[in-house]
Design a protein around this ligand. Sequence first.
Ligand code: UFG
Length: 346
Amino acid sequence: MATILCAGGAGYIGTHTCIALLQAGHKVIVADDLSNSKKAALDRVQQITGQEIPFYQIDIKNENELSVIFAKHKIDAVIHWAGFKAVGESVEKPLMYYQNNLGCTISLLKVMAEFGAKCFVFSSSATVYDVHNAMPLKEEDVCACTNPYGWTKWMGEQILRDVGKVDAQMSVVLLRYFNPIGAHESGLIGEDPNGIPNNLMPYISQVAVGKREKLSIFGNDYDTPDGTCIRDYIHVTDLAQAHILAVEYLMNGGESNTFNLGNGVGFTVKEVIETARKATGLEIKAQTAPRRAGDPARLIASSEKAKKVLGWKPEHADLEEIISSAWKWHSTHPTGFADGRRDASC
Ligand code: UFG
């Protein structure tokens, strides 16, 4: 059993991972500034698992506040999701993204060094890969980003690789997520973005629940079978399992490593919309719009390395099943965690 600090653990992937960690017998501490997440999500995690989670609402960049947590709990490993993640906003406000996302990583590393915590799992992204690579993407493929958000992921990785080189005790797993969707089987937690969703699946869900009128399909002239972009969609609970395996791999002396996490199958935007119509039984209006800047035509993972080294086995390959799990959450919580009436009945 390990004690794991989940930085940014109140968010979408963090909460799903907290459940999996607790159910695997680990102890979880969450630190989050709640800038893009809600405390209610952690309350749900406690409701699902029946376990208490010590929670600290702090700015992860603040080393003094982090030190208080490390002084109080003997942290074995850190999983780090704390960061801004809106691609378009990162283009508008690059300094805010570099300062926050890199600042959080650096502060965590400094405080970990002070307290002798040696295992670090980093939430990275398929967005670090150069768009010219052949599919499926492998971990050693060329990296280059198209926006500041992506660069903060790539630079975060580089900081961790550099620290790993000088500190022989520090071991790091970089997890490159492809497109996480879906929700916990209970339907009690799921994705709840602030404001207008940037990503496809939460946008589709908001159209389905009637919160938004129609979806824009960004570009229909890509070199793909139906002209829309192809992505590799992975169930968030499969992603959560990979974090447990990564922590356990590091705790058992595994060397620093990088792993892609995807299903290895690509779906076009139109296929996702069609599947969502089937899963929900609703029309889900969509219209073609201009391409979104920086979108690569295809992103598909080879996750062979994660399967071989970590023993990771994604359990959900059926897109309709994955979307249905998201729909269970969205249809019962049309306003996300703010839906107090539903909270009471859960
Ligand atoms: N899309 C639409 N309409 C929308 C939203 C998205 O057509 O309203 C299209 C996009 O153009 C893209 C596909 O749906 O072709 C998927 O887009 P997402 O925004 O859902 O996801 P991305 O592939 O752009 O990935 C981004 C980040 C990743 C991050 C991921 C999920 O680059 O790092 O969002 O947060 F992991």
